[in-house]
Design a binder for this molecule. Structure first.
Ligand code: NAI
Length: 337
């Protein structure tokens, strides 16, 4: 049984290897994609994180593959339908970071509402302790937070919002009416949430059906001066429309831990210097627009770190090891269905 683990930082490799004593296990810091499948060519099991892209070509290049363990909650980086056709099982980590990501979401909200990053940058550059009108913020107390997706993370965001005395409205394909009653908020249609919120925050998984859930059509319905927070997945937001909304002043600011095209952003030098072109023209456009966002003073971008605390990393390791051991002992858990 050969197991190959990708995207494992050196310090985590030791922890993992102690737990797979009698097995043939190899570790790579690289991500797995169609350009380096030879690194896993005999693998029965692969273990990946979000920067790997497990598409048809990768699956076809790994003939022995029986099990994929992703160390993430989201699994949109894996072609799950094709894996199922090929009889390959996939496990994920359902609940390592629901407090972790919710806390980070509020970090982004407070950073925007109180201009913390802006003020700190100013102090660093000028060593001047005066304050200016651009640093004036706004209270969260009494503002309307629109939570899109009230699963594990969305629910924790909602509870934090309540502790700030915010008014919460929410949209979910499957509303939890008991939770709504207990926490005194209302579910509304996506359109109403988008129209009424002062701050909108996304907490739904990404899939083909909700590609560009936030788009020019619904950005044009938003209140002028709304803030958008995305700690879920970049592809939920049409980047072109977001840049438009910010330039038009409809969206006053955005806090983005995830970006459409973030995988390509990490490899952009390699991509730009390669011939033939590796990406479609729209993907180049998104990459450019990501840079436009990075330059905007009212946009805070972080490199997909909402999950990244020592507690969450420990939980990811623990659950992933259980997932792989479950496969090895024929009692699989946390399977993607
Ligand atoms: P969850 O599965 O507990 O909740 C998702 C909720 O979204 C469910 O209530 C579901 O009914 C709802 N939903 C699904 N599709 C929808 C749609 N099209 N429209 C409206 N509602 C929809 O997931 P959880 O744990 O709350 O995580 C949410 C997402 O957060 C993950 O799928 C992942 O993409 C992202 N995430 C990001 C992290 C980061 O580091 N930035 C870390 C962990 C998760």
């Amino acid at each position: 049984m050969k197991i190959v683990l990708f995207e494992v930082p050196k310090e985590e490799q030791q922890v993992f290897s102690q737990l797979f004593d009698n097995l043939e296990v190899s570790f790579l810091e690289d991500k797995l994609d169609e350009n380096n499948t030879e690194k896993a060519k005999d693998a029965d099991v692969i273990c990946v994180f979000i920067n790997s892209k497990i598409n048809k070509k990768v699956i076809d290049a790994l003939p022995n593959l029986k099990f994929i363990a992703t160390r993430s909650t989201g699994f949109n980086h894996i072609d799950c339908e094709y894996a199922e056709i090929k009889g390959i099982k996939i496990s994920y980590v359902p609940a390592y970071g629901s407090h972790t990501v919710a806390e980070f979401t509020f970090g982004l909200i407070l950073n925007l509402s109180r201009n913390i990053e802006k003020a700190n940058n100013y102090i660093r550059k000028s060593s001047n302790f005066n304050y200016f009108p651009e640093m004036e913020g706004f209270d969260l107390n009494g503002k309307i937070l629109g939570v899109i997706g009230t699963g594990k993370i969305g629910k924790n965001v909602l509870k934090i919002a309540k502790s700030f005395s915010m008014n919460v409205i929410a949209y979910d394909l499957y509303p939890d009416l008991v939770f709504a009653k207990e926490n005194n908020f209302e579910y509304k249609s996506l359109e109403d949430v988008v129209r009424q919120s002062d701050i909108i925050t996304l907490h739904v998984p990404y899939n083909k059906e909700n590609h560009h859930l936030i788009n020019k059509g619904n950005i044009s319905l938003m209140k002028k001066g709304v803030y958008l927070i995305n700690t879920a997945r970049g592809e939920l937001v049409d980047t072109d429309a977001l840049v438009w909304g910010l330039k038009e002043g409809i969206i006053a600011g955005a806090g983005l831990d995830v970006l459409e095209g973030e995988r390509e952003l990490k490899d952009e030098i390699e991509i730009l210097s390669s011939t033939p072109r590796l990406m479609r023209i729209e993907e180049y456009k998104t990459l450019l627009e990501d840079h436009v966002l990075m330059d905007m003073p009212n946009v805070t971008i972080t490199p997909h770190i909402a999950f990244y605390t020592r507690e969450a990393v420990a939980e990811i390791l623990k659950t992933t090891i259980l997932n792989i051991k479950g496969f090895l002992s024929n009692s699989m858990i946390n399977l993607v269905k």
